[in-house]
Design a binder for this molecule. Structure first.
Ligand code: PEP
Length: 266
């Protein structure tokens, strides 16, 4: 029996308009109604959090942000704090996405501070890890992911780790070479890495390792969702491009819901 409830999260990145979002969110709200075996969320640009809250409150589609500041308050032009995000009813925050690490050179130290701020704000972190193509080609994929996971685990003292468990923190394995390229990891490659990540977490807390959701991201589509989500350690998906079209995201969510229902049949 699977202890973990599947989680499907859309990452909108730098996409959206007020009018387009309204159509997309209302379609998703209607399409996902009644799909109760899985958790669903969309992580939208900060400026659309209010709109997400207005349109999604009371539905089974949760929402979140794509980052959070490492600061609480003060003279930090353009930063958005965890408390601000929480005011808009967010549940999730994506952290350490590879596009952030690459574009803004977010260091491990900064990510660790952001992780703590997210926890203090009552937000559930979705912590992204994943190797680049050159690292995989050099046989370093596990080593890179291990360093990223351990960096996160070591930055949490016992109190913070307890809080992370309470908030059901999520890890997203997103091989950088699979993001936005149309080239997803094979189910076996992804399964192996997810099992490896779970082992790393088990070294700190074996019970939580059984419970933590490790989701896969990187060119998930309605065509590959079934095979990816069927793997035992893949507990959901972080979906970029395919989350921007209501029909496609709905199909992925339906596949996840059907698989979940099947896995709970006696
Ligand atoms: C992502 O950026 O989190 C992602 C998984 O993107 P895509 O699905 O477009 O590869």
């Amino acid at each position: 029996m699977n202890l973990r409830r599947t989680l499907i999260v859309g990452n909108w990145k730098l996409h959206g308009t007020l009018a387009g979002n309204q159509t997309l969110l209302l379609q998703l709200r209607a399409n996902l109604r009644g799909l109760d075996a899985v958790d669903f969320a969309v992580c939208v640009p900060y400026v659309y959090l209010f709109q997400a809250q207005q349109l999604l409150s009371g539905s089974n589609l949760l929402w979140g942000s794509q980052n959070v500041s490492q600061y609480d308050v003060g003279a930090y032009t353009s930063c958005i704090s965890a408390a601000m995000i929480a005011e808009f009813g967010c549940q999730f925050v994506i952290l350490a996405h590879s596009e952030r690490r690459m574009l803004r050179l977010e260091s491990h130290e900064v990510t660790a501070q952001r992780f703590l701020r997210a926890l203090e704000g009552g937000l559930t972190p979705i912590y992204c890890v994943g190797e680049a193509q050159a690292e995989r080609d050099a046989g370093l994929a596990e080593e890179v992911v291990k360093r990223q996971v351990l960096n996160m685990l070591h930055s949490l003292d016992d109190d913070a780790f307890a809080r992370a468990k309470q908030l059901n923190m999520v890890v997203a394995y997103e091989p950088v070479w699979a993001i936005g390229t149309g080239q997803h990891a094979s189910p076996q490659e992804a399964q192996a890495m997810h099992a490896f990540i779970r082992e790393l977490i088990a070294a700190r807390d074996p019970l939580f390792a059984k419970r933590i959701r490790i989701i896969y991201g990187g060119s998930i589509t309605a065509d590959n969702a079934q095979e990816m989500l069927s793997m035992p350690d893949i507990d959901g998906a972080l979906v970029g491009r395919s989350a921007l079209v209501a029909e496609t995201f709905t199909q992925i969510c339906r596949i996840a819901n059907d698989l979940s229902l099947k896995s709970h049949q006696p």
